[in-house]
Design a protein around this ligand. Sequence first.
Ligand code: AMP
Ligand code: GLY
Length: 443
Amino acid sequence: MSTVLIVGSGGREHAVARKLRENPSIGMIYILPGNAGIARDSECAPIECVNISATDLDGIESFAKDRDVDFAVVTPDDPLCMGLVDRLEGIEIPAFGPTRAAALIEGSKSFAKDLMRRYDIPTAAYQIFDRVGDALDYIRRSPLPVVIKADGLALGKGVVVAQSLNEAEEAIRACMLDNRFGAAGQRVVVEEFLQGIEASLLLFSDGEHYRLMPAAMDHKRAFDGDSGPNTGGMGTIAPHPMVTPDELNRIEREIVQPTLAAMREEGRPFKGCLFVGLMLTSGGPKVIEYNCRFGDPEAQSVLALLDSDLFDIMIAVHDGTLDKADVRFSGGAACCVVAASGGYPGEYRKGLPIKPEDFSLLTKQLKDVKIDCAGVAYSADGSGGLITSGGRVLGVTATAGTLPDAISRAYTAIDEISFQGMRYRADIGTRTLESALAEAVHG
Ligand code: AMP
Ligand code: GLY
């Protein structure tokens, strides 16, 4: 039996843990740090959440050695960019995820942009700045809107789409003078604004071979109709209705293959899950960003459609045998709706009791529904009940033969869950349904 360690604590890690559990050769799963919702999920058992932070590389390394971990799965950006996979491989613990050198594709936007420029991969036009005066001069001459990005990791908050010169100047000053993102914002990328439809394409890569997952659509804005501030993601659907087979072919040819080849060429072969954030523009698909990991909540939708064994795939990614691996997805559709704390992504209250006490009854009753916990903790009264502890509290993911059915199943399920101030978007996937409908009507 294999002992597996998962690093991370969100809904994405919950989905990964549940999917790994389908492999009968896995014994114990340790998740560092995990959360109470994962610890309590019988579909993940036996699983133990261990209170070691995902960025405590020393702690993770010594825990893994101590417990004779056979395989590690690292999914969050921070530990990947800090080199956790290199550390684990260094003590002969095989791990799923890119090395530090390959994770730079997410860890430095200027690295990613220069890579795309060198290898002719379509992306927004850009300039890189290390001096605030130069950046300010440049944006004063740029058309609006203009996009300002902190170079390094900034908890998903490092991007500003500025509609006015004032907003653009404020974003640059916040990054470069006020150090809002610390060292991550000392360098900024100023980018052309791309118009179009966004898509998230995730793929497995062993450095040499790759296998695509169904494209997903994230809903990043906090409120219905894509309004309000940016969030980590309020819901996803997969497959993405606008990524047709022809479009996917083009993305593979113009973006996926050249990116993986470029990383090999640069001596940074990418192993793990590569996330390509795309804008489908009138001039063809363009890269908005790369992430070196599964998206959250993209993983919840996409992994719900995976028919094959995730552990076998992860081992093949590690071993470089992905060309021989069984990687199949169901022909159906998935929808994930995130329940967030009132106020998120701004200030919000924590410690609010979540109902029902036991999700397993709910998921038994409702067909093809999974609940992935993120900002969830045990209540302090020792009852074993769950309380809120974060902005994105949980996600409900449903699968069905068709997208409308998946959406309606997800909403039926989320209506059974409640906590004070709970908020979710009521329009996950519906905009795409409307445009598909319009296309059908107008040809
Ligand atoms: P990121 O944090 O890099 O995922 O960016 C957050 C969001 O900003 C993206 O999901 C897009 O909606 C938007 N964005 C980033 N870059 C651009 C761009 N060049 N043009 C238009 N929108 C962008
Ligand atoms: N949902 C977007 C991300 O994981 O970065």
